[in-house]
Ligand binder design. Structure first.
Ligand SMILES: [Zn+2]
Length: 153
């Protein structure tokens, strides 16, 4: 039997990435990939505007960077922290990357694809379902988004 590891959240770092994204004029969402040993492999915030790339969501960028860092196409056993419920595109990428646990902050009634809308992980065609834990630092993640969109109006 394995000794249970002490849980350490990496949501603070994801929130830091989200704040940095807001300063760049991007929708404030941040993501962090953590190795099975609890080490941060990659962290990213949204860069869709900067990169002129609609797929440059925080989760996709963090997964790409982590795969490049490890030199492999899958992140088996790794965890992903993201400040907002992933959209369907990111949920599919999380599944394809074989992320073990997904931790997210705020729910996203507009574009979320995990707990609502397409509920990507509940499809029979979804071949890998991560464990999902929601509501981590939900208030902070939500406040960042509300402030960002309020400032836009
Ligand atoms: Zn996304």
């Amino acid at each position: 039997m394995k000794t249970p590891m002490t849980f350490k959240t990496h949501m603070d770092q994801a929130l830091t990435e989200a704040r940095a994204a807001a300063l760049r004029g991007e929708v404030p969402v941040g993501a962090v990939v953590v190795s099975p040993l609890g080490e941060v492999i990659a962290a990213a915030g949204n860069r869709t505007r900067e990169l002129k790339d609609p797929t440059a969501h925080a989760e996709v960028l963090a997964i790409r960077a982590a795969c490049a860092e490890l030199g492999q196409e899958r992140l088996t056993g790794c965890d992903l922290y993201v400040t907002l419920e992933p959209c369907p595109m990111c949920a599919a990428a999380i599944s394809n990357a074989r992320i073990q646990r997904l931790y997210y902050g705020a729910a996203d009634p507009k574009s979320g694809g995990v707990a609502q809308g397409p509920r990507v992980f509940s499809h029979a065609q979804c071949h890998h379902k991560p464990e999902v834990y929601d509501g981590l630092a939900e208030a902070e993640a939500q406040a960042l988004l509300l402030d960002f969109f309020a400032a836009k109006r």
